[in-house]
Design a binder for this molecule. Structure first.
Ligand code: MLT
Length: 407
């Protein structure tokens, strides 16, 4: 008899963004005349940078000629892209990352969701609350739930991120083995400072724990005092894996390309007390289960690192950050408290009421889609996230409509 993975029963019925999409679809059926503005899921609206388009086309043309045709590519990514990443994203900032420590992939969601497979089921996992729901859901799917824990976050250890702490996660009260950090944070926009990150690195070293550092929104950091990579903190190479994405940075949500850094010094322990390289384990896992990213897509990603590409990508992020400023100012002028939007494309709003109710209010009365904070964990209750990913005129119109409803 075929039996299902019983751990799926611990999951919330629907993935957050699928639930939001369902509610939006139902609204559209009821009120087809309303022209909705989406500031919900963080999906980009601006076209790909011209430098990427050119390289993408050239990559396709190479596949059209027998002399330059390529079949299966390396699962870890082509050297040209791994080298460009190591050089521009890390070495140029004085950070030690070698090209062969970079694993190119089709998205950070997949990499972060998959990485936990390398660890024992009974490890203790600490996850900020609120945070991107993929961390919790994938650990629940893997069966990391203590018996008797009724809430949907199961047996995982919550790291509260209270407003009083600038929405940054606080160290756990109990020992943990695996720690998820997200900076700039999705959804709160909080970006960890150097002392804060240092504290986590020291904590992980003392606990012999591992940090999974999600830096998917790194390109939005504008404050020079803030670290862009966890490897800027001495000692982090031994205990941290970092995830980066081109989705929001370069408009690649439809193209799909990201990467994960697994330093060679980074390890975890076996039952017999020996330390194993996570680089080797991840390489083994990816070679078996992942097909790699297509050649033209990797050429398009490489073009981000050309002088024109860098300028164009910077301008894209600046445009979204300008939207975030408009959202922030609009929300503040309505007397609501908010955070984020300065080094991140998300504005986190204290709605002063149930987050799904506030979501419903903006949907029904303003025709604006946001994301209810409760979907990011219990700590997100009473908040909503407004995303800056839309065209300027749409963001301005959305804020006018919101002001009209709430003002
Ligand atoms: C979000 O809106 O949080 C993101 O778009 C989700 C993702 O990148 O998977």
């Amino acid at each position: 008899m075929i039996r299902v993975n019983p751990h799926h029963a611990a999951l919330p019925a629907r993935y957050l963004f699928a639930e939001v999409a369902d509610r939006v679809r139902a609204f559209r059926r009821r009120r087809p005349e309303v022209e909705l503005i989406s500031l919900g899921i963080g999906d980009v609206t601006e076209p790909l940078p011209p430098a990427c388009i050119r390289a993408f086309h050239a990559g396709v043309d190479e596949l059209a000629a027998a002399a330059s045709f390529r079949g299966y590519g390396p699962e870890q990514g082509y050297d040209f892209l791994r080298e460009a990443i190591a050089r521009h994203d890390f070495q140029a900032r004085g950070v030690h990352v070698d090209a062969d420590e970079v694993f190119v992939s089709d998205g950070s969601k997949c990499d972060i969701g998959n990485f936990q497979e390398l660890f024992a089921t009974d490890i203790r996992v600490a996850i900020p609350d609120p945070v991107y729901p993929v961390y919790v859901d994938t650990n629940l799917m893997a069966g990391r739930v203590s018996a008797g824990k009724g809430n949907h976050r199961g047996g995982l250890v919550d790291l509260p991120c209270p407003a009083a702490n600038g929405y940054a996660p606080q160290l756990p009260q109990e020992p943990v083995d695996l720690i998820y950090l997200c900076s700039p944070n999705n959804p709160t926009g909080a970006t960890m400072t150097r002392p804060q990150l240092q504290q986590w690195v020291e904590y992980a070293r003392a606990q012999r724990a591992l940090i999974l550092f999600d830096a998917a929104y790194e390109a939005f950091i504008r404050d020079d005092a803030l670290p862009h990579s966890i490897y800027e903190i001495p000692g982090a190479r031994e205990l941290a894996v970092e995830f980066r994405s081109y989705s929001k940075t370069a408009g690649f949500t439809g193209v799909r390309c990201a990467y994960t850094v697994v330093p060679r010094d980074c390890g975890a322990w076996q039952d017999d007390g020996t330390r194993v390289s996570l680089h080797g384990l991840w390489n083994r896992r990816q070679s078996t289960k992942f097909n790699g990213v297509s050649y033209p897509v990797q050429r398009a990603a490489e073009a981000i690192y050309t002088p024109q590409g860098r300028q164009q990508v910077r301008a894209l992020a600046d445009g979204y950050l300008a939207n975030a400023r408009i959202i922030r100012e609009g929300i503040t002028s309505l007397g609501l408290r908010c955070a984020g939007g300065d080094n991140s494309p998300y504005v986190w709003i204290d709605a002063g009421r149930d987050s799904w109710e506030f979501f419903g209010l903006l949907l029904e009365q303003a025709g604006v889609v946001c994301t209810p904070g409760a979907g990011f964990g219990p700590g997100g209750r009473g908040h909503v996230r407004i995303s800056a990913f839309n065209q300027r005129a749409r963001v301005e119109l959305a804020m006018q409509r919101i002001a009209h409803v709430l003002g």
